[in-house]
Write a protein that binds this ligand. Structure first.
Ligand code: SF4
Length: 463
């Protein structure tokens, strides 16, 4: 699958490094409307459930607390002074589930096929709390229907018993926030977790409990160099997680005050970051991982690799995923739902979330009903970002347009990618080259109708 990739061109990285969306949705979240209400959400969900061709849904549940706040973190998470806050949150979650069931009339455990618990740090819950958490969402879950059940884990405070407990709960996929294994980097980001923690957690016995293990890494952190990150990658490859995601650190201390402890002068330069990215891609390809696209890698036998091969890869708020259940419902503060032609997001603040569900109001804060043009462009972006291929006739048939007429200016804007060997375009289709996968965000941006209108929004770097 990796043939045709003969080393990443650092000059191209410099050329195409710009800010842009990660396309976990289209239109992207900053464009959703504040006047999209809880009634719009319930009506949209009912509309979707009544017209769906497939019953399958994914469920994401956001646990909003962590033991400590990491300096680089951009997630919606708080530290707490009492575990009573966890109990209170679980009660609110239970109320949200009941409200959702009541408002939709039909939603029950027969819909959810994929369940993901994220945060925050859900592994901060002890076993008794986690059982109550599962009981709160149980009206939406039939274990026999679940094809995937995953959780994000902080390796600190983890032990064999807890991993066995997760397996006994039915969890079959675990994701570790690893970020970087260099002690100096860990110190600077306020997250000290020696590599031995992961070595112990990933004993052969523990690994056997789970179908897939994911590591999240971050590049662009203080004191990282191409050399230092290579050492992290070598240690990671020894542990052989099934999937690896590598994210670009976005330093925005004005928006994320916890990042203020990271000193700008300690961050790697743009050239060093390029070196780290080149090192990462070449190292993981050399280590037998398939390049899924953008920021994801997987072993050849992993479901993500198989989905890429079969053309069933999908991208949503959790990054690349298999397309078993494309439509997603989110529970908990800040969680996002995406189904049919709707997106919606819950309120961010945990206290407000609790107050709303306590008052029997769905905690929707914003959302969007997609226009026909949004649906068309979303299909194009999804096809490019997941299949690295676009069949014009399929788009024309699905949306009743003539591709060349509708997208004349966009086709002209693709010339630079063609000239740089990142894309080929013929009469019937376009195909992203293997190297082009690194620049897929840039290619997708050509089809984003909102970027030209609104260039002030803050996005992460494309590469
Ligand atoms: S554990 Fe994860 S969610 Fe919590 S502060 Fe650290 S990075 Fe953020």
């Amino acid at each position: 699958m990796n043939s045709g990739f003969d080393g990443l061109n650092a000059q191209l990285i410099t050329k195409y490094s710009t800010s842009g969306p990660r396309y976990t949705s289209y239109p992207t979240a900053p464009l959703w409307k504040d006047n999209f209400t809880e009634d719009d959400y319930a009506a949209g969900l009912n509309e979707h459930l009544s017209t769906r061709t497939s019953k399958a849904l994914s469920l994401y549940v956001h646990f909003p607390f962590c033991e400590n706040k990491c300096a680089y973190c951009a997630c919606n998470s708080d530290t707490i002074d009492s575990r009573l806050k966890i109990a209170a949150f679980i009660s609110s979650l239970q109320e949200e589930v009941q409200l959702l069931i009541k408002q939709t009339n039909v939603l029950d455990g027969s819909y959810i096929e994929q369940l993901h618990i994220g945060g925050g740090s859900p592994s901060y819950m002890n076993e008794a709390e986690f059982e109550k958490f599962l009981a709160a969402i149980s009206p939406l879950i039939e274990k026999s229907k679940l094809s995937e059940f995953s959780i994000e884990i902080d390796p600190r405070g983890l032990n064999n018993e807890k991993l066995q407990f997760y397996a006994a709960c039915g969890i079959d996929r675990i994701s570790f926030g690893v970020q970087d294994l260099d002690p100096r980097v860990q110190e600077a980001i306020g997250r000290v977790q020696p590599a031995e923690l992961l070595v112990k957690a990933l004993s052969a016995k523990n690994k056997s409990y789970f179908k897939s293990i994911n590591f999240d890494l971050i590049y662009g952190l203080p004191f990282q160099t191409g050399e230092s990150f290579k050492a992290t990658l070598d240690a990671v490859k020894e542990l052989r997680p099934n999937r690896i995601a590598i994210y670009n650190y976005a330093h925005m201390p004005k928006l994320k005050p916890n990042q203020m402890t990271i000193r700008e002068e300690d961050l790697p330069s743009a050239e060093e970051k390029t070196k780290i990215l080149v090192t990462t891609i070449n190292s993981l390809l050399g280590g037998g991982y398939n390049y899924i696209g953008m920021d994801h890698f997987a072993l050849p036998e992993d479901d993500l690799s198989l989905a890429l091969e079969n053309g069933t890869l999908y991208r949503n708020f959790m990054g690349y995923t298999t397309a078993k259940a494309r439509n997603l419902i989110g529970l908990g503060p800040t969680s996002i739902s995406g189904f049919g032609r709707y997106y919606a997001q819950n309120v961010r603040d945990t206290a407000l979330y609790a107050q709303l569900v306590g008052d029997k109001i769905l905690p929707t804060s914003r959302g969007l009903r997609l226009s026909d043009d949004d649906l068309l462009r979303r299909d194009i972006i999804n096809s490019l970002i997941c299949n690295f291929y676009l069949n014009f006739a399929a788009i024309e048939k699905a949306h009743g347009i003539c591709f060349k007429d509708y997208f004349g200016p966009e086709l002209n804007s693709l010339v630079c990618f063609i000239d740089d060997g990142l894309l080929t375009v013929n009469e019937k289709s376009m195909k992203v080259s293997f190297q082009g996968r690194v620049f897929i965000r840039n290619i997708c941006m050509v089809f984003d109708a909102y970027l030209k209108k609104d260039e002030q929004r803050q996005f992460s770097k494309t590469i």
